[in-house]
Ligand binder design. Structure first.
Ligand code: ADP
Ligand code: MG
Ligand code: ZN
Length: 616
């Protein structure tokens, strides 16, 4: 989680501070002068009379005036007076307690003012220092004196309400972490038998898959103190600041054992040393070294500080971080599979109001490649869509809208397409869809086809897998290329002309073909991998010869051209279907799979078939 800096804190200008200090000083001076209503001014003659009558208890004598108190009276007085022999004789005779003031009040005010100014300048200097050390990003008065202090957020035990229940899936990671939780709950049970528990655990996985969530859940389950900091909080312009922050963090943590220190985005400090441009970055290296030595330091002590860290770039981390005693356990936090997506959706759907027909399984199926954060976002977008439409509960169609928006961008209502552009798009999409439908064994079933422009796309044919797949077969890859080319072929067949709209399709088709040749050994070049590159001098070069490179290119284009011909055959023999689907699309813009099946008289597939079967 990125730490956000409040706009107010960042917005305090030094000028504002100076104005405040000066304002307060003047304010105080004026108050000091006027506030004393307890003091009355006497005429010199009145003062002398009072003195002679023995009414005066104390007198303070200055160059220009006398001030003091009467007996039996709270009130103070003062009077302007000139110091001379006569006054002194009177004073000495009166029996009042006399003090002589060495400096006059004017001077005293002056010094007071000077001191205030001085004291206000010192923090200002700190302020500028702190501001600079954050790369000009702000920071505020609160941080002025904290340059070398860790910025870790301290969360006391029981304050975290997240538990393993809130983390769907991630079974393996949770299992490993439950050992750590056991340990944090009762460390003596482990140390008694001499069992060692890993000190450092690294959570690795792409953003949004629940690393931060998991770390918080561990703290919530173990009910122990939790220090949370982001790697970027260590990184400073000034050499030594980051290192001292690390030291401070661990000093604090050791006072609260057993506890968890969570370093999010570890890669910002933990990059390989000496790898930066210009030979590396002194400050970051110092910070990293400090972190390494802290992690070594407590591995022998009984008090337990468990360090959890998260990163989505394990590959760039300094290898020293992964040595035994440091982050020697790496837990994967992968993209959720279909069952896990279902669980994640269930977690987040609990917080909203659902209509009857919402099928979580279908939603899970329809969101391949989505991270946990994407799914949370999907639920939220659907709730927004339903609220906008004044609905009582979220319906399936709201999820459909939300997913379209998330995957493809906002609907472009203002985009005005000419009739010929629309027609071209309709035939293009119909081309994809029909090629797909005619290759049922090798393709994913249709979900829907639309010519409503969204984001950068003018239209889309959606095909959704029935289940997650972890490997692909050659037949499926070839079919994928055919479907991708179907759009372009339809344009060519109907209009005898092609548009730029197929750019993405061609890219995808070519990329798959190249992978088939170079990585999967699915070509006439045989089961050889042509992937790796080797360093030759300064440049990275392929490991194979120029002649092989030419052969690879030939094979790639052969695969694409063959696929093109096959798909062309399909569309030529199904031109009727192509026309009727394109016409229907121009009319209705969006067609769901069963509508397409009905229109074309094609047998239903996948989920639509299941539904039909169960209705009968
Ligand atoms: P990361 O730290 O890996 O980038 P986060 O932990 O910040 O990801 O996840 C972002 C949000 O996505 C979480 O707050 C949570 O709402 C949701 N999320 C991600 N994975 C899961 C999961 N396995 N179960 C439930 N919610 C999840
Ligand atoms: Mg995170
Ligand atoms: Zn296309």
């Amino acid at each position: 989680m990125a730490r956000k800096r409040g706009p107010l804190k960042g917005g305090i200008s030094p000028l504002f501070v100076v104005m405040c200090v000066i304002g307060f000083t003047f304010g105080y001076l004026i108050w000091f002068n006027s506030n004393d209503t307890n003091i009355t001014q006497l005429k010199y003659s009145e003062f002398v009379t009072a003195l002679k009558d023995g009414k005066v208890a104390e007198v303070e004598v200055d160059e220009q005036f006398v001030a003091g108190k009467f007996h039996n009276e709270e009130k103070k007085f003062y009077a302007f007076a000139v110091q001379n022999e006569r006054l002194w004789t009177l004073l000495e005779k009166s029996g009042a307690a006399i003090t002589v003031k060495p400096t006059d009040r004017q001077n005293w005010f002056f010094y007071f003012f000077l001191m205030l100014l001085l004291f206000s300048i010192i923090p200002l200097i700190f302020f500028f220092y702190a501001k600079q050390s954050q790369g000009g990003m702000g920071g505020g008065m609160g941080k002025i004196f904290n340059v070398g202090k860790s910025r870790a957020k301290f969360i006391p035990p029981n304050a975290i309400k997240v538990s393993f229940k809130d983390v769907a899936g991630l079974v393996e990671a949770k299992e490993e972490l439950s050992d750590v939780i056991q340990f944090l709950k009762s460390p003596e049970k482990f140390s008694r038998l001499g069992a060692k528990i890993p000190r450092g655990i690294l959570l690795s996985g792409d953003p949004g898959n629940g690393k931060t969530l998991l770390a918080r859940a561990v703290a919530g389950e173990a009910k122990c103190p939790f220090f949370s900091i982001s790697g970027s909080d260590f990184v400073e312009v000034f050499v030594g600041v980051g290192a001292s922050r690390v030291r401070d963090l661990f000093t604090q943590a050791k006072r609260h054992t057993p506890c968890i220190v969570f370093i999010d985005e570890l890669d910002t400090v933990g990059r390989q040393r000496g790898a930066g441009i210009g030979g590396g970055n002194d400050e970051r290296e110092q910070t990293l070294n400090q972190l390494l030595s802290e992690m070594d330091g407590f591995s022998t002590e009984p008090g337990a500080v468990i360090v959890l860290a998260a990163t989505n770039r394990v590959d760039v981390l300094d290898k020293a971080l992964m040595r035994p005693g440091r982050f020697d356990r790496i837990l994967n936090v992968p993209y959720p599979d279909i069952t896990c997506r279902k669980h994640i959706l269930e977690v987040h759907l609990k917080k909203v109001k659902l209509a009857k027909g919402v099928n979580v399984q279908t939603l899970a199926k329809g969101t391949p490649g989505c991270s946990g954060a994407d799914l949370e976002n999907l639920v939220n977008e659907a709730a927004l869509a339903a609220s906008k439409a004044d609905k009582r509960a979220i319906e399936m169609i709201d999820f459909e809208l939300a997913r379209d928006k998330l995957f493809m961008g906002e609907e472009r209502k203002t985009l005005v397409l000419s009739d010929s552009e629309k027609e071209c798009t309709a035939y293009h999409e119909a081309g994809h869809t029909i090629v797909n439908m005619m290759l049922p064994e090798f393709t994913d079933p249709l979900h829907k086809v639309t010519i409503t422009p969204r984001g950068r796309a003018l239209g889309v044919s959606w095909f959704l897998p029935e289940a997650d797949r972890h490997s692909e077969f050659q037949g499926r890859m070839e079919a994928y290329i055919k479907v991708a080319l179907g759009g372009r072929i339809a344009e060519q067949l109907i209009f005898k002309e092609v548009s730029s709209g197929a750019m993405n399709d061609l890219e995808n088709a070519t990329e798959i073909a190249r992978k088939m040749v170079c990585h999967y050994g699915m070509s006439n070049l045989g089961p050889i991998s042509f992937g790796s590159r080797v360093r030759k001098g300064m440049a990275m070069q392929p490991e194979y010869s120029e002649a092989t490179a030419n052969k690879i290119d030939e094979e790639v284009s052969r695969i694409v051209i063959d696929a093109y011909k096959d798909a062309e055959e399909i569309l030529k023999s199904e031109t009727d279907k192509l026309h009727s689907l394109a016409k229907e699309l121009l009319e209705k813009e969006t067609l769901f799979a069963n509508e397409v099946y009905d229109l074309l008289g094609v047998e239903r597939r996948g989920q639509d078939k299941e539904q039909e079967d169960s209705q009968e």
